[in-house]
Write a protein that binds this ligand. Structure first.
Ligand SMILES: Cc1cc2nc3c(=O)[nH]c(=O)nc-3n(C[C@H](O)[C@H](O)[C@H](O)COP(=O)(O)OP(=O)(O)OC[C@H]3O[C@@H](n4cnc5c(N)ncnc54)[C@H](O)[C@@H]3O)c2cc1C
Length: 392
């Protein structure tokens, strides 16, 4: 049984899960969970969805205060870790230092601020405080401009439209969610958002945020009294970098989610790891990755290195009455097969690598099972069964 002091930096979705999983796995030593944000750990996904409609912040809290006492997890919030001293195995917060036996970096991401003139006039959507500010400004008629046609921008736009606001989305790439979904799925969502009444400006990024709105690359001016910045994120890797750990679009970890320092792990949005199927280094921004990483790290800390991390990635996004679900990971150059109105299968090197669905949880769950198998179906396997996943 492990009994050393585990310090977790970052009390978000992954940091909290790491603390809980350590206790579930039987870790007997002290666990300290340090978070820069105030308040109890909370979930972010509803911030761009239900929370904007209901304003019920209490529903976001992942565990009540009493839980931390019961599980002997020392939760310290509103405290930023400033430095990691690897030689002394200590973290520093202001004047205080804290010794660790094992350190878990769960520092997440922050909004990417593109070099656009006047960008400080735009609001972000990353924290509960951001969402509270945005929600407050959606209570009266608004002309909204969204910078970025990714998940968060689109989810926010759908909510803003449901309130009756005028909404424009400017996206520099030629299609929506281009980093993460197939061109076929992008096209479906383009039609959906246009049908909702959102004005899309694709291949036409914002070059300036002015006092009265935004200016697009083609010179078009859009009058807006609320501008949302949703142009992606950057991993919070400064602590790791200053401590001499390798950083390359995330804190680089091995198949056990461990950095080059055997006493330091990294998880979730802030870490870059090798996808066990494709072998490529990835950094995922999803609840699944953060929580599955956390569970795997806790198992390793308590039981030693047994199995490398190999969970199938999955993700969801709610946009109006459509739930997009993605199982697996499509690597660049993946080919697509569209099934009916709601499913796109993606293939890499002739093997199924990802499945995108709209409002089809049955196919999504089946895809997760198939992708978790040691031998994943090939294009010909699927073609022989009319691309019907239920036939497997
Ligand atoms: C609006 C929004 C909607 C989303 N929707 C979805 C969705 O539908 N589906 C999905 O799968 N994912 C969604 N995500 C992504 C998901 O929330 C993240 O992938 C997940 O929260 C990552 O967990 P994490 O623990 O890695 O990081 P976070 O949950 O971001 O936690 C990191 C924490 O570390 C703290 N921190 C950073 N540096 C320090 C430091 N030096 N000292 C102390 N604390 C520090 C930060 O303040 C933060 O609280 C959404 C995210 C946002 C913002």
């Amino acid at each position: 049984m492990s009994d050393g002091h585990v310090v977790i930096v970052g009390a978000g979705q992954g940091g909290l899960q790491a603390a809980m999983s350590l206790r579930q796995e039987g870790h007997a030593g002290p666990v300290t969970l340090i978070g820069a944000e105030d308040g109890l750990p909370y979930q972010r996904p509803p911030l761009s969805k239900d929370y904007l409609k209901t304003g019920q912040a209490e529903k976001l809290v992942l565990r009540p205060a009493g839980f931390f006492d019961r599980k002997a997890i020392d939760l310290r919030t509103g405290i930023k870790v400033d430095a990691v001293d690897r030689a002394a195995k200590r973290v520093r917060m202001g004047d205080e230092t804290l010794a660790f036996d094992t350190l878990i970096l769960a520092t997440g991401t922050r909004n990417l601020i593109p070099p656009i003139a006047g960008i400080s006039r735009a609001l972000g959507l990353r924290t509960l405080a951001d969402a509270q500010r945005l929600r407050g400004s959606l209570t009266r008629p608004r002309r909204v401009a969204v910078i970025g046609g990714g998940f968060i921008g689109l989810e926010f736009a759908a909510v803003a439209r449901s309130f009756g606001h005028e909404v424009h989305i400017a996206e520099a790439a030629p299609r929506l969610m281009s980093r993460v979904v197939s061109p076929e799925m992008s096209a479906r969502f383009r039609a959906k958002h246009e049908a909702l009444g959102t004005r899309l400006h694709l291949g036409n990024g914002v070059i300036e945020v002015t006092e009265i709105g935004v200016v697009l690359a083609n010179g078009m001016e859009i009058v807006a009294d609320l501008v949302l910045l949703a142009a992606g994120v950057r991993p919070n890797t400064e602590l790791a970098e200053a401590a001499g750990l390798t950083v390359d679009n995330g804190v680089v970890v091995d198949p056990f989610l461990r950095t080059a320092d055997p006493h330091i792990y990294a998880l979730g949005d802030c870490c870059a790891f090798s996808d066990s199927r494709s072998g490529i280094m990835v950094r995922l921004e999803s609840v699944q990755a953060a929580t599955d990483h956390a569970r795997a790290i806790a198992r390793t800390i308590v039981n030693g290195h047994q199995a490398p991390y190999a969970a199938v990635p999955w993700f969801w996004s709610d946009q109006a009455d459509w739930k997009l679900q993605i199982a697996g990971l499509a690597v660049p150059g993946a080919t697509s097969v569209t099934i009916g109105e709601d499913t796109v299968l993606r293939f890499s090197a002739d093997r199924l690598s990802a499945v995108e669905t709209i409002n089809n949880p049955k196919v999504h769950m089946k895809a997760r099972k198939l992708l978790a198998q040691e031998t994943v179906p090939t294009y010909s396997d699927l073609a022989a069964r009319n691309f019907d996943l239920a036939m497997f």
